[in-house]
Design a protein around this ligand. Structure first.
Ligand code: CO
Length: 462
C-alpha cells in the first residue's frame, strides 16, 4: 500500500517570520491565496506566532481582519495557527477567560487547527487552551517543544505525548523550532511516539543547520503523517525546507502526496517578486540563508538569530554576534534548559545580549527572567542552582509552584471596561488585552480616523 504524506505549507506564517521578521503584508498575500487554496495542502499555516504582534506593531494591519481576508479567499483548505498556550500570542500568561475568548474568536474568524505549545512543556499551561479548542469545535494539535538536554530524553517526550492525548489532543506535533532535530533522533522519536498513540503525528523543523530534509525523510520513513514545508520562494535557511523539492523527492520514493506543483510554482513566482522588495529595503538579510551548523551547537532557532542580529545592529555591536551566540547555551543551562521558543527564546537571547554587552554575567537581569526564576512561567525542565536564584532574585524571594494562571484573576471584564467605546468588537478587546501599549493607539486610530498617533519608541522583540 502506498503511504500518503501530508503537507502543511508555512509560507504565510513561519516562512516569512523566520526570514524577514514577519513583515509580509496581507496585500502581498492576496494575489495567490486562491492558488494556495487549490494546491492541495493538508493545511496552510497562516496566523499566530508573531503575526498578530507584527501586524499591529509594524504593519498597521488588524490581525483579525487579516485572518478573515485569508479565510474569504481560502475556502477549502484548513487554516492553521500557532498558539503559545497560556501566553496566547503574547509574552506573558493571561487569565483563563482571556485564553478562552481568544480561542473562541480565532475559531469564529476562520481558524481550523490550533497548534498549541508551552515553552517549558509544562502541560498545566496547555490545559485551558486545549479545553477551549475542544469546546469551540477546533482541532487541537498539541506540540512538544523539542530541545536537547540531559532531561529531554525520548522517554520524557513519550510521557508528554501520553499526557497530551489524555488532555484532548486531536493530533501531536514535534515542534523543532530551532532546527536541531537530527535525522537519527527524528527516527527514534517518531517511532517511540507512534508506538504509544494512534493520533496523527506532524513534524515541524527549520532548515537552519542544513539537515532538515534528511530529518523529514527519516521522520516520514518512521511513520510521521504530516510535515511542515515552505514554498520555495521563502524556503531554506532559517525557514522550512522547500515544499516543491520535498514533494518531488518523496514522490520518487513512492509516497503519495496531494500537492499540485504547478500551483506551487505560481505561488513561488509571485513571492519571489515580493522577496525582491525585501532584499532591496534591507529587511531580508542574506545571512538567514546560510547553512549554519552552529545551530546544532548553540540550539538557536531561526527567528531568534534574525532577532539577535537586528538587536545587535541597533546597538551598533554587530561584531559581538558570535560572542552572544556562544553565551546563549550557557544562559540556557543556568536556567534549567528551557527550550528556546517564544517567549523563552527572546528572554534567554536578551539575557545573553546583556551578559555580553554589560561585560558581567547577570549584572543586568530583565524582569521576565526574574519572574521565570520565581516560577511565573511554569516549572523549569531541570532545577536551577540556588546560587543563581539568589544572585537574580535575592535570598528571600517567594517561588511559586502552582499553575501560574491560577494566580491570575479574570481579566476580560476589566479590559472591556478600560477600553470603553474605543473597542468596536470583542476582537478589539482581545488585541488590547494581549498588547495594551501598541494596541491602544492603533485602536484609537481605527475608532477615530482623526486621532493623532503619537510617535512610539518601538523595541523590536519580534
Ligand atoms: Co517554526
Amino acid at each position: 500500500m502506498t503511504k500518503t504524506v501530508k503537507i502543511t505549507d508555512t509560507i504565510l506564517r513561519d516562512a516569512h517570520q523566520s526570514q524577514i521578521a514577519t513583515r509580509m503584508t496581507i496585500e502581498q498575500m492576496i494575489p495567490v491565496l486562491e492558488t494556495l487554496d487549490h494546491a492541495g495542502f493538508e493545511s496552510l499555516e497562516v496566523w499566530g506566532g508573531a503575526t498578530f504582534d507584527a501586524c499591529i506593531r509594524f504593519l498597521n494591519e488588524d490581525p483579525w481582519e487579516r485572518l478573515r481576508t485569508i479565510r474569504k479567499h481560502v475556502k477549502n483548505t484548513k487554516l492553521q495557527m500557532l498558539l503559545r498556550g497560556q501566553n496566547l500570542l503574547g509574552y506573558k500568561h493571561y487569565a483563563d477567560d482571556v485564553v478562552d475568548a481568544f480561542i473562541q474568536k480565532s475559531i469564529e474568524n476562520g481558524i481550523d487547527i490550533i497548534r498549541v505549545f508551552d515553552a517549558l512543556n509544562d502541560t498545566r499551561n496547555l490545559k485551558t487552551s486545549v479545553a477551549s479548542i475542544n469546546k469551540y469545535g477546533g482541532h487541537a494539535q498539541v506540540a512538544i517543544c523539542y530541545t536537547i538536554s540531559e532531561v529531554h530524553t525520548d522517554d520524557y517526550y513519550v510521557e508528554l505525548v501520553k499526557e497530551m492525548e489524555a488532555m484532548g489532543a486531536h493530533s501531536i506535533c514535534i515542534k523543532d523550532m530551532a532546527g536541531i532535530l537530527t535525522p537519527y533522533r527524528a527516527e527514534t522519536l517518531v517511532k517511540r511516539i507512534k508506538a504509544v498513540t494512534k493520533l496523527p503525528l506532524q513534524v515541524h523543523t527549520h532548515a537552519t543547520s542544513g539537515i532538515a530534509e534528511m530529518t523529514y525523510l527519516k521522520a516520514v520513513e518512521a511513520g510521521a503523517d504530516i510535515i511542515d514545508t515552505a514554498n520555495s520562494s521563502f524556503a531554506g535557511g532559517t525557514s522550512q525546507p522547500a515544499t516543491e523539492s520535498m514533494v518531488i523527492a518523496l514522490r520518487e520514493l513512492g509516497y503519495h502526496i496531494d500537492v499540485n506543483l504547478e500551483d506551487c510554482q505560481k505561488v513561488a513566482e509571485h513571492f519571489k517578486a515580493v522577496k525582491e522588495t525585501f532584499i532591496e529595503s534591507g529587511v531580508f538579510n542574506p545571512k538567514v540563508l546560510e547553512a549554519d551548523p552552529n545551530t546544532l551547537i548553540y540550539q538557536v532557532p531561526g527567528g531568534m538569530i534574525s532577532n539577535l542580529l537586528s538587536q545587535l545592529k541597533e546597538a551598533k555591536q554587530l561584531d559581538k554576534f558570535e560572542q552572544v551566540l556562544a553565551e546563549v547555551p550557557k544562559v540556557r543551562a543556568d536556567l534549567g534548559y528551557p527550550p528556546l521558543v517564544t517567549p523563552l527564546s527572546q528572554m534567554v537571547g536578551t539575557q545573553a545580549v546583556m551578559n555580553v554587552l554589560s561585560g558581567e554575567r547577570y549584572k543586568l537581569v530583565p524582569n521576565e527572567i526574574k519572574d521565570y526564576i520565581k516560577g511565573y512561567y511554569g516549572k523549569s525542565p531541570a532545577p536551577i542552582s540556588p546560587e543563581l536564584i539568589e544572585t537574580i532574585v535575592g535570598k528571600n524571594a517567594e517561588i511559586i509552584t502552582v499553575r501560574p494562571a491560577d494566580l491570575i484573576e479574570p481579566e476580560m471584564a476589566n479590559v472591556t471596561a478600560e477600553l470603553g467605546d474605543i473597542a468596536d468588537s470583542v476582537e478589539d478587546v482581545l488585541s488590547y488585552a494581549l498588547f495594551p501599549q501598541i494596541a491602544l493607539p492603533y485602536l484609537k486610530k481605527k475608532h477615530d480616523p482623526f486621532y493623532d498617533v503619537p510617535e512610539q519608541n518601538v523595541t523590536i522583540i519580534m
